[in-house]
Each structure stands twice: as structure tokens, then as C-alpha cells.
Design a binder for this molecule. Sequence first.
Ligand code: SAH
Ligand code: SF4
Length: 393
Amino acid sequence: MGVLSHSTAFAPPPPRPDGRTNLVGLSREELEALLVANGLERFRARQVWHWIYHRGATDFAAMTTLAKPARERMAALFVVDRPTVVRDMKSVDGTRKWLLRSPDGQEVEAVHIPEEDRGTLCVSSQVGCTLTCRFCHTGTQRLVRNLETAEIVAQVMLARDHLGEWPSPKDGRMLSNVVLMGMGEPLYNYENVAKAMKIVMDGEGIAISKRKITLSTSGVVPMMRRCGEELNVNLAVSLHAVNDALRDRLVPINRKYPIAELLDACRTYPGTSNARRITFEYVMLKDVNDSPADARELARLLRGIPAKVNLIPFNPWPGSPFERSTDRAIQTFGDIVNAAGYASPVRTPRGDDILAACGQLRSDSQRKTAAERHAEQQTVLKLYAEKEAAQPI
Ligand code: SAH
Ligand code: SF4
């Protein structure tokens, strides 16, 4: 054992091709250790943190509270990196989607959904996904890799750049909320997601509080308690079906962690109360899961859990095997759940003209004939079979 204790010892991220190291994504302790290891004073870490995460600076020359030699040394050794924006699309409703590329060529999307006096950033956690939820376009893509901490934090920083929200404003932010509802299953990349969210929450930096961060999971039961204890962010659970036979089919992770186990983990999710409810996401699929009987069963299942239900009209994508429920079916379903005491807002599709709505990420936007659609569906079915054989749940 060296002199460094376990918590302070860390391997600095590999340098970039130009030999410099990216500072984004390091914890405060790691940043300190890296500066000290490079002959800089320990207290510089706090100053640099402020410049990177509160002021949004990317250029060391702009960090004017640092002595000039320190700035020059840092510029020679480090960078404050941003991903490359491959595409920046804006929907007629103001929703914005950025396609971001990492140095290894992998691409992910981040989506900003503005509202009147606030706004939500939908953040991705993986390139692709190991799971194969049948209504989700990301589910047709194999997992390529987990996103690094830096790549998760960078989505928030890049949105802030584009919204002109540096230095970190106290009030009136258009990036006020973060939801981990983009590509990937965040609880299958827990370490990097947790580290990224701790950076995003840090009060001397980006300062988005845990109450304004929501993590959505398809139901990785063994990770839920830890997520609640360590991060204590809001939890959203992708339920989508009220019996195991159907959920096994729609959300295949259910074969491993069935509904009863999932709901038990919700019952004991740390920090839940009537003031802080768990959101149950329920995608509305025509004639599949949208009957009044389903709604009554949903209300029964949720009994005793401080919950609200988010009804998501299905957003189609090329080859998707479902249709969106009718407005009437959604309305009836919502009324039943509501009458049982659970708020059940319908999530209006946002940004669907730029394929930025839930579950559409990384799809293409061409119009297809019936024959082409049939061929696409066959391709998708084959994809699921291959993917589930190659990446078992
Ligand atoms: N992997 C996580 C988070 C990403 S998906 C999860 O599954 O929870 C975010 C939400 O969008 C989930 O509730 C997901 O079920 C839903 N979703 C996926 N595809 C959709 C589609 N085509 N239409 C509507 N909602 C969809
Ligand atoms: Fe993965 Fe979530 Fe899509 Fe399921 S819904 S395939 S877990 S991203």
C-alpha cells in the first residue's frame, strides 16, 4: 500500500491524443489529487472547480483568479473538454436535440424541453442499451458502451453553453431539471451516473439539486436502494404493464425482476413520502395495456406506495410493432387512476418533429410505405432475437 488512502488514490483519466487530460468528470478529491501530483497547490482545485462548473469557463486564460503561471501550467497539461455537436435541431415547440460525438466516434443525444419558466434536460447514460423493451427504439440497438462520467456531465454543460446560462444562475433557469431518461439504462452504468450526478448537484458548481433530478429505471431492483441512499434523487420506474406475463414481453428485465419485487423496492426507496412520490411511467399502447381493467389493476398494485403515474402516449419509430392508444382510451385510463387517488398526467409528446420524443432517440425520419414498414418490423424482430442471444438479461 502506498501513502495515499483508498479514497484519495485514483488513476487519472487517460490523456487525450494531444497529451492533455480532461478535467471534466473528476470528483473534487480527484481534481485536487491531480493538481497536487502536477506540482500545483491544493487550494487551486476549489478555484478551478468554480471556473469550470460555476462559470462555465473552458479556457484557462479566462480563469483570472489564478496566478498567471498556474494558468499557463494548467493550459499545457489539461483541457476542459466539450463533446463535438454533430447536429443541433430545434423543434417547432422549442424542444432542442443535440447529437453529440465523443472522440472515439460514438454518438449520443441530449434533449432540452423548455417550459414557460423552467426547462428539463433529458440526459443519456449509455450508447445503446443491453435491454430490449419492445416499444423503445434504443432497445433495438446493442449496448456499445457505458458513457464516462465526463460524457454525462458534459451533456449538462453543453446545454448550459447553448442556453447561455453561465455563470450558474440562482433563479429563472431554463435548465432547471435533469432527467436520466435518454438513451440507456442508468442503473446499469451506476458508478459513472452517480459520480456525474454528484458533480451536477455540487452547490459550488452547476448546483442542480437532487430534488430536481429524476432517474428513470426499467427496474434494476438490486441497484435501487443504493441509488436512493447515495444520490437520493427522484425515482421514476418504467412499469408499462400490470401483470408479469405482459411485462415479461414488453420490458424483458421483468423476467429477472418481476413486478412484485420491483414494487417492494419502490416501497422501501429511501426518502419517499407523500411530498416526494415515485413516478410510474406507463406507455400507452393501443389494445395492449390500455384497458379500464388495466387501469384498475394499476391502482390496486400501487396501493400503499406514494406514487404518481405518468401516462406516455406511445411515440412510434421505424419498425415499431405498436400503435398509440386513442385519446379517449388515455383519458379513460387516466380518470380511473386519478379517481383512485394517484395524479396521472399525460406526458405531451415534445419535439416529435425532430424525433426527440421519449423512445425515439436515434431513429430516422423518413416516410415509409406499408411494405417498407412490414420489412422494418421483421428486421426489428430479428434484431431482438439476435440481441437477446448475444446480451442475455
Ligand atoms: N432506461 C430507462 C430510461 C430511458 S427511457 C428506462 O427504461 O426507464 C425513458 C422513458 O421513455 C421510459 O419510461 C421508457 O419506457 C419510455 N419510452 C421508451 N420508448 C418509448 C416510446 N416509443 N414512446 C413513449 N415512451 C417511450
Ligand atoms: Fe433501454 Fe430504457 Fe429503452 Fe428499455 S426503455 S430499451 S431500458 S433505454
